[in-house]
Design a protein around this ligand. Sequence first.
Ligand code: SAM
Length: 214
Amino acid sequence: MTRDIVIPEAARPYLEAQRGAISDKLAEGHGAWAAALLQSYEDDFAQIKPALPDYAPVNVLDIGSGLGGIHIWLDDYFRTMAPGHPSTFNLLDGDNDPPTPNKNWMTHSNRGVALSFLEANGVHRVNYRRPGNIGFVPRGVDLVLSLQAWCFHLEPRFYLDQALYLSQPDTVFVMDVRAGRPEWNEQLASKLEIVKVLAHKPKYRRIQFRRKPA
Ligand SMILES: C[S@@+](CC[C@H](N)C(=O)[O-])C[C@H]1O[C@@H](n2cnc3c(N)ncnc32)[C@H](O)[C@@H]1O
């Protein structure tokens, strides 16, 4: 592990729900859970790092960001590349939701909690909006990211056209694509092509895409 993070009290229930893969650690106490949370971000960052744009600052769109902890790592990374030229992180998820996930896969996130979590960890250039409001994101997004949200709980078609509209020819797309949904793969393949499979899990593949040439 290379860094530590601050976890404000209000962020805990949201992170417990949104990073469900580590929920078994809750029984071992806060310290074990917090260590597993940190490790889960480290693992995510190590997997997506080879796909990241090799320039900074970048304009990032994260669909189904939750509290957006991965941006702590992205901000560090791009800041090292271009000190003094911070990247912008555009996060799309629910606002003022209770933290409990629900069976219909509605949102379960919170703008104020996300902003204070990221602020406490040194990430300051964050725009966070609820779904249906994607127009807040400036065109020319360099990186479209979605970890276990869009293409995992939500069909690609929900955001595909909007994400493409905001993209540019060399935009990097990284999404977790749910296994066993051939029609989802077809939706994606109509507009994007696979560059690399970054991770292969029983429930999903973490895939780097790029726009299909026009
Ligand atoms: C498993 S969590 C992952 C959160 C975050 N990407 C992470 O890796 O920590 C799934 C997220 O998808 C969000 N979500 C569900 N429906 C959504 C929708 N229609 N639009 C945007 N986000 C949505 C949920 O609120 C939740 O924060």
